[in-house]
Every structure is written in C-alpha cells, then in structure tokens.
Ligand binder design. Sequence first.
Ligand code: ZN
Length: 119
Amino acid sequence: MKRSSWRHYKHFCKHESINWVSRKTKKYIIGKKMNTRKLKERLAAVVVEKRPHPEGSILSDYFCPKCGCDETRSTGNMAGYPELWVQNRCMRCGFLVAEADNSPTYYALEYPEYNYELH
Ligand SMILES: [Zn+2]
C-alpha cells in the first residue's frame, strides 16, 4: 500500500463500511478502475491450484473478476459458532468474490465456466 493512502485507509477501517467514507477516501483506497483489456489479461493469467478437501484452492492472484479491484470486505461470520459462513465482496462493485460456507474458502476466480458466479 502506498504511504500516502494510509491515513485514508485507517479512517476506513474505523467505520468498516464503504458507505461511511468520502468519495475521495474511496478513491484513495481502491484506485482507478482497471480497463477491460487489462482485466481480461489478468483473468487469463490466473493459475488455480486445486487441493484435496478440506484444503481450499490456492490462486496465483486474487481480485474481483468483474472489475479487477483488489480490495474486498468480509462480512465476518454470519452464522453462529461452530457454523461458519463468511462472504467476501468486492469493495467497488459488491460482487461476491469469495465465500466459505462450512467449507474452505471458494473464490469466484476458480469458476470461469460459471461466469465467475459462486451461486
Ligand atoms: Zn468488483
């Protein structure tokens, strides 16, 4: 992370929701939107290493397959212990980037054949 964005980032952490931060702060956190050609290249370059259950896959890169954004926000565990249900959504467009539902974390990037949809 760039040094200059740290102050904005800390501000963001305090409020936890993107709705609380100013547009300027949001821009500092997320940066410019990736263009379509660059995004396609990046998607094509992703290497997925599948591991046997219960280990989750390892990806060579992690980002939102819809807009190329690197930043996600986690819902935290939405089920009660010992259940586990966590979703990670893109900070820019809200796309479901990763989900764990009493399972290892699944990444949308693992499923190009489903148009990167997890459901
Ligand atoms: Zn996105």
